[in-house]
Design a binder for this molecule. Sequence first.
Ligand SMILES: Cc1cc2nc3c(=O)[nH]c(=O)nc-3n(C[C@H](O)[C@H](O)[C@H](O)COP(=O)(O)OP(=O)(O)OC[C@H]3O[C@@H](n4cnc5c(N)ncnc54)[C@H](O)[C@@H]3O)c2cc1C
Length: 404
Amino acid sequence: MSKYNKILVIGGGAAGFFAAINIRKNFPDFEVTILEQSNEVLSKVSISGGGRCNVTHACWEPKELVKFYPRGSKELLGPFHHFACGDTFAWFEGEGIPLKIEDDGRCFPESNSSQSVVHCFLSLAEKLNIKIIYSQKMRELIAPNTLSTQWQIVTNNAIHTADKIVLASGSSKSVWSILDKLGLNIIPPVPSLFTFNIKEKAMNDMMGISVSEAKISIPTAKLENRGSLLITHWGISGPAVLRLSSFGARWMHEQNYHFEIFIDWLPKASEDEIFKSIKFSGAKSVLTPQLGFPGRLWKYFVQKCKIPENLNCADLNKQQLQNLVQTLKKDPYQVNGKSTFKEEFVTAGGVDLKEIDFKNFSSKKYPTLFLAGEVLNIDAVTGGFNFQAAWTGGYLIARGVGED
Ligand SMILES: Cc1cc2nc3c(=O)[nH]c(=O)nc-3n(C[C@H](O)[C@H](O)[C@H](O)COP(=O)(O)OP(=O)(O)OC[C@H]3O[C@@H](n4cnc5c(N)ncnc54)[C@H](O)[C@@H]3O)c2cc1C
């Protein structure tokens, strides 16, 4: 048994609980305590995935899985070979929480309730004698030094000591500033996973309409993404938008969320194919919906091109046809701000990944300090990938923490 067996986990969230539980499973002699700043633990797990908790994603190949992480893809490749989505499945099933896979690959508890995960973690914590101390906000972290071989954690009303620390405080500016003082490099936090605000009344009136596949591009930033797109009363949302916001999080922040985008409403068809399809659609009225678009949206395109609504397709001149094709393939919009995607949002930024030894998620500067979850500069698109990063980090810490 290691003689350094007093472990303090800072933060009672996804990463903290997963690390704490697995540490006690691997090392029953270790004393594990979770310090939580609020009077509630696992609050994000509770509200996650619209209350259903999108635990992971049905993506079984580490090489494929890392592609969903705008930040952390290179560093997570190794860890995912030790603990990835399939292992998450097995772990939860082993604890009596069977998971199900939805058509888009997202995985949820079969119960459809995040409370299954919360109850599972809380009852395991109790069974494994993990102490949880509430209302303990870490205010200062003092590394082992010549006066003490242990870490000292100063909270609002106590001083705790530990041989090893697991820092799982999520996106917390105050914790990042504590770590900055300890000499760890922090990448400034910016929001990720948001929807785009577009003030264009005619488009806003289309709210509720979705397109199963559109491509959004931002040529100036060399960014593009495709997937389903939802028109909302404030702009656009849907997987294509959220993924773009994730990959472009930092650039969009630099633009103060004001930039131009282009929507390709039919990414699978070429301009020529669309041109011919409309031209040869016969005597149909120009307002008759075509190319699979809902009637309201098609009318919006026609009106946007200022085409007289009484025309038939066969009567359209070349310029009118080209305008319509151009609107369908490269439709420009000005984004003016962002909105929070209420089902899931994360922060890009955190502890610089160069600071971390990804064999066990320890700090290279302080080998007895371990970090997992959103405290690190790792984040992913929506779909269960953010939790997966938290589980993987927690799991590898629970192995590495036993090494002297
Ligand atoms: C609304 C919403 C829905 C989401 N849904 C999903 C989803 O379905 N699937 C998915 O993969 N991801 C989802 N996410 C993202 C996911 O919740 C996070 O990536 C994940 O919770 C990160 O885990 P964590 O342990 O790092 O941080 P957290 O879960 O945020 O936990 C950190 C804990 O540390 C505590 N803490 C912070 N500072 C201190 C301090 N100084 N002292 C003591 N304690 C402290 C906090 O109170 C908190 O309890 C969602 C996020 C949101 C906001």
